[in-house]
Design a protein around this ligand. Structure first.
Ligand code: ASP
Length: 325
């Protein structure tokens, strides 16, 4: 509940975008519809609209990223904002400056929006709790907690291919335990009305709270893929595994890797998604990643429209909203 208040202004409009958890269906649909309205800009000769003219967006990335950072940057530029990319390894945080000091310094430069990626769960919430009233914070991935814009990209991609959410079976396969993407997807899918959300993974990669999220848990890939409309593959997040949770990547691929044979268990018009980066031969075969059912590169393109949508929506927030957490 705390997070929900923090994300909304006094008029229940989006002030920050930190998590898909607790947001109402109408708001998620508004993000999708706004993104839809921005897709045409990509095909114009002048790929810009003036919605964020005069605003300064800071990409504050404490953890590596290519797709997310560049699509946030492109989105901000297409909205005519000025963009600062903070190179965190070279920044003052390495000299012992705290997150709060970094924030205060950037605020002193009159920045309006922080796009934050951090290895610690809760970092974006922390910044949102402490920033000035005119500032919006967008979570670009915090630890294994949330990655809300990625989840909305995925909802957008699903809606473009399947139109309705309330008839779908969606399978999320792989390292659910460490995946901030999976958590954000599960909240969004259930809010948007998907009746059958399946998570498929070895026992060691399923979080204890999985069943309380309203998902069906499978440990067998063949059973889990049976008749699904959408398959979302996840990367093994080795960097977040503190101990050996898997026998070997080869063994993992044999049991959970998506091949053409496994794909045949799903519906004939199934779409295959992956938030990237893909480990070919670990979570999926190249023939599937590059095959006719794959919409993986479309997800990347949709990243720009979704991020434009969230940026423009949050920048319209009521400046008189307090720090109601
Ligand atoms: N790019 C996604 C993330 O930042 C997924 C991944 O890294 O596997 O969480």
């Amino acid at each position: 509940m705390k997070q929900q208040h923090l994300q909304l202004d006094n008029n229940k409009r989006l002030r920050h975008f930190l998590t898909t958890e607790g947001l109402k269906r109408d708001l998620l649909v508004e993000i999708l519809d706004t993104a839809e309205s921005f897709t045409s800009i990509t095909h114009q000769q002048v790929k810009k609209v003036p919605l964020l003219r005069g605003k300064t967006v800071v990409n504050l990335f404490f953890e590596a990223s290519t797709r997310t950072r560049t699509t946030f940057e492109l989105a901000a530029k297409r909205l005519s904002a000025d963009v600062l990319n903070i190179n965190v390894p070279a920044s003052a945080t390495n000299k012992g400056e705290t997150l709060l000091d970094t924030l205060r310094n950037l605020e002193a430069m009159h920045c309006d929006m922080f796009v934050v990626r951090h290895q610690n769960s809760g970092a974006a919430h922390f910044i949102a709790q402490h920033c000035a009233p005119h500032v919006s914070v967008l979570n670009a991935g915090d630890g294994s907690h949330a990655h809300p814009t990625q989840a909305m990209i995925d909802m957008f991609t699903i809606r473009r291919h399947k139109q309705e959410f309330h008839t779908l079976s969606v399978a999320i396969v792989g390292d659910i335990l460490h995946s901030r993407v999976a958590r954000s997807q599960i909240h969004a899918l259930s809010t948007l009305g998907v009746p059958d959300i399946r998570v498929i993974a070895p026992r060691t990669l399923i979080p204890a709270e999985a069943s309380s999220l309203g998902v069906h848990v499978y440990h067998d890939l063949d059973q889990g893929l049976d008749g699904v409309d959408v398959i979302i593959m996840l990367r093994l997040q080795r960097e977040r595994m503190s101990s050996a949770l898997l026998p070997s990547e080869h063994e993992y691929f044999k049991l959970y890797g998506l091949t053409k044979e496994k794909l045949a268990l799903a519906k004939p018009d199934v779409i295959v998604m992956h938030p990237g980066p893909i480990n070919r031969g670990v979570e999926m075969d190249s023939s599937v990643a590059d095959g006719e059912h794959s919409v993986i590169l479309q997800q990347v393109s949709h990243g720009i429209s979704i991020r434009m949508a969230v940026m423009s929506m949050t920048m319209q927030h009521d400046l008189h909203s307090g720090q109601d957490t």
